[in-house]
Design a protein around this ligand. Sequence first.
Ligand SMILES: [Zn+2]
Length: 575
Amino acid sequence: MRMSKIYMPTLREMPAEAEIPSHKLLLRAGMIRKLVSGIYSYLPLGYRVIRKVEQIVREEMDDAGSQELLMSAIQPREIWEATGRWDNFGPEMFKLRDRNDREFCLGPTHEEYFTNLIKDEIKSYKQLPLNLYQIQTKYRDEKRPRFGLMRCREFIMKDAYSFDVDEDSMKVAYENMWQAYDKVFTRLKLKFKVVQGDTGAMGGKVSHEFMATSEVGESLIAYCDHCDYAATDEKAEVVYDVEGGVGELELERVHTPEVTTIDALVEFFGIDHSKFAKAIVYSAQGKPVIALIPGDRELNETKLCNYLGIGEHDLEMADGDTILSITGADKGFTGPIGIKEDVRILVDSRISKMKNLVVGGNETDYHIKNANYGRDFSGEVVEDLLLVKEGDRCPKCGQKLKMDRGIEVGNIFQLGTKYSDSLHAKFLDENGKEKPFIMGSYGIGVSRSVAAVVEQYHDEDGIIWPLVVAPYHVIITVINTKDEVQLELGEKLYTDLKSMGVEVLIDDRNERAGVKFKDRDLIGIPIRITAGKKSKDSVVEYSIRGEEGRIEVPITDIIPLIKEEFNKAGLNFLK
Ligand SMILES: [Zn+2]
């Protein structure tokens, strides 16, 4: 491709709307453009990268025995109604009506659709196991679309679904997909961790997320250096030791004017954070709920939602009026003692074992000392409502956990029968008995993976594409296009390389060398050849984006050097 012809609207200025490197660089390099919030176009260079990522995904999925097909992005309400997700998926689902007033959604995912397809076609255990996938556009009306391709409302995803006769067979399918994902992200040159995830809106019990490590990642990961434990902060189990053995002291009402935060209470009482019980009032599907956790910890809203069986969009912090109506006091003085019976109190299991806590008095400007679960208050004890933090003990080996940030580029779910049961998708087993399919589902964010690669491979001048996903392998820069010798040499190399199947760009623009070098850095083509003054001796300059140094080489040596780069990247040099 010729730089004089390519549609590549690069930007000199930093786009004001972009906060993170991948968003800035993909915009500046003319690879993507925003239409409206969270909706992007992939321009020619960017789309080449997308297609390469898709191809890697496709090859590994095919190799793992999955079969590609393509479903519609538009799905009828009825199949979502059957699984309860028409309502439960929440405001993230784009909904629309056709001219006959029939309701549809733009698919945020395809579990219902695949299950619905299979149920009328697969009748016998002999046709199983089956694994199907597609690479397709998905829609989620995110509350806060941001960070360019990282969190979009329209995005490209590979989604796969497995159908098996029993749990064991499903686990084999799950493991198989895990291996395929390992290969995909390794080929994409991503540094990643596989962590336990929360199953959330997908359902099922077991899931894992593939996280590309990045300081701008939106996901927090708790992991252990001493064993293989790793989980998202939403999922991570919290180990919290409770000191036992103290007798129960008498309740004491204490005047605490304007002392409304845990920090202020610590100062007022002169005791440790952990001696307080923090009461947080939520509105869950419109009903007030109080969560009670140790004063030195944060609440994990995902665990709370899972316990309540609601989606996160159904949970919000209660306002001052609600708090006043259920406690009779202002915010900051809520406690578990004397709350109306119809208000659910969810007690973190650690609280139920702790002695002589300070709690809110449910009376403005008052707290109560020496409150004890069982004697002074009750509630539903929930095993674990806490958010993990750095330094917590590993639930597996007891060593200290570390925290890292990641970009979720893939996820795998053991769904079980959630969808086959609700959609009545059954097959006949060996004994002629009807059984529901045991399912798994498996996603890879294709467009998000592109953003993750840029996050891991860039510098202040631009993107540094790994060769396997680079929009072009080689860029030839002709320093002075008016110099016939330089231009001819550049053109000859361009033609030769193209004929060998190398994807090559030639910068034949009548621009200053500085402009060409800046653009070259920005768009991040890995292998760089510069035809300058030494062209008359058939010598060019050769360098690799992101690596130190450049060498002068006779053009006869160029092909072996490029071959070497292809070998290093695990790519076949075609001819
Ligand atoms: Zn461990």
